[in-house]
Design a binder for this molecule. Structure first.
Ligand code: PLP
Length: 399
């Protein structure tokens, strides 16, 4: 029971402190209760707590749209606000689907995604998702998707080859391809290359279908650059952002789209995108999200990532020598390794978690995948302490 959260730390009801190695489930870029975010929330609450986004709008949300477009990959000029990562993905799926339906390609109804993908917990997101743990109970409720398997050696390369061949042979019914660029998060921090992402962009462009980048986890500096897509010099047609978007403070998400997509919905009410949540474009969320971008500029957050990422990578690299450890990897402010072979069902990761709690850090393993996703401006000494606890916890649980 966490009663207080401040900076890098969580404090429970008994006053015990833990370093937040999980970054509030990957959503927190600036630490807990950053004073400027607290102030932004306070200031906005003195103006308006909430106004609906139907017929009327609010200035914070409009300004946020402009500001996020300014830092987005080129070509993404339009913003649809929603509440969380799952709905940002739902909206991307619906936009792609409806676009083709009313713009002369009714046959384009099919989506392609990667095996092991996680795109959220609502039904459309579960359909394009590929993690059986989150999916199998709902199989009959989901729509059919071509999942390119990433299992086995060179799994991602073979998956991209499979998509390339699918897009070559039967592209005319494909509405879009959705991926988590460079890192599959919930699948167990599985990393893949910029080269393959670039190839996927080329293949979707050739087939004239949409590339949807789910940057809910990878966006906002997590992988070292503002967007993971940037590292592959890729601009997607649709981009989903949530998690760090609002500093991990409030539910706030966006789906970014190109002018081409936007224009495909003009020309009358019957062509509009019928998707709007009660709290879409929430002014409190927008005020926070604007302040997040402002802090990124003032505190040079991406530069801090550039400086701290090698620290993370070095410490994890050195854990290769620990018994039972395999597949050590890192990218930006994500570092991960396996402490067993059972993946999400694994138990040893949970033993490491228990040890880390005793030593004063909160990790949240994905089964046997032990990882850290700290906030981007965690002080170096706190980061070193966290990494030392990860190491010690793994050593103590070695068989
Ligand atoms: C967390 C996550 C989601 C879902 O976001 P929620 O805010 O939990 O609905 C979607 N895609 C990816 C890649 C994620 O990591």
């Amino acid at each position: 029971m966490i009663a207080h959260a401040f900076g890098s730390h969580l404090e429970d009801l008994n006053g015990r402190k833990f370093i937040d190695g999980n970054g509030s489930w990957w959503s927190n870029p600036l630490g807990h209760r950053h004073p400027r975010l607290v102030k932004a929330l306070h200031d906005q609450s003195a103006r308006a707590l909430h106004v609906a986004s139907s017929l009327i709008a609010n200035p914070e949300t409009a300004l946020l749209a402009e500001e996020v477009v300014a830092v987005a990959p080129r070509g993404l000029s339009r913003v649809h606000f929603s509440d969380d990562g799952s709905t940002a993905v739902e909206v991307a799926i619906k936009i792609a689907f409806q676009y083709w339906k009313q713009n002369g390609a009714k046959k384009r109804t099919r989506f392609i995604s990667l095996g092991g993908a996680f795109h959220g917990d609502t039904l459309g997101a579960v359909s394009v998702g590929g993690v059986p743990t989150f999916k199998s109970a709902f199989n009959e409720l989901t729509f059919e998707v071509f999942h390119a398997s990433v299992e086995g050696s060179n799994g991602f390369e073979r998956a991209i080859e499979a998509i390339e061949s699918e897009l070559r042979d039967r592209a005319d019914d494909v509405a879009g391809v959705i991926v988590e660029p460079l890192i599959q998060g919930a699948a167990g921090m599985r990393m893949w290359s910029t080269v393959l992402l670039r190839r996927l962009r080329d293949a979707t462009t050739r087939a004239d279908t949409f590339l949807i980048a789910d940057e809910v986890f990878t966006g906002y500096g997590r992988t070292g650059s503002m967007w993971a897509c940037e590292q592959a010099n890729v601009s997607p047609d649709l981009l989903c952002v949530a998690k760090c978007f609002s500093g991990g403070v409030l539910p706030m998400a966006a789906t970014l789209a190109t002018d081409r997509l936007y224009d495909g919905f003009r020309g009358g009410k019957d062509r509009a995108l019928m998707h709007g949540h009660t709290f879409s474009g929430h002014p409190l969320g927008a005020a926070i999200a604007r302040e997040v971008l402002s802090i990124y500029r003032d505190e040079k957050i991406l530069e801090q990532v550039g400086q701290k990422a090698p620290r993370l990578a070095r410490a994890f690299d050195a854990m290769r020598e620990l018994p039972g450890v395999s597949n050590v990897r890192s990218l930006g402010m994500v570092a991960a390794l396996e402490v067993g072979t059972d993946g999400y069902a694994g138990r040893r990761g949970w033993a490491v978690y228990e040890e880390a709690l005793k030593l004063g850090a909160f990790l949240r393993p994905l089964g046997d995948t032990v990882y850290v996703t700290p906030h981007f401006n965690m002080p170096d000494d706190t980061l070193d302490e966290l990494l030392a606890i990860v190491r010690e916890s793994i050593s103590r649980t070695a068989r």
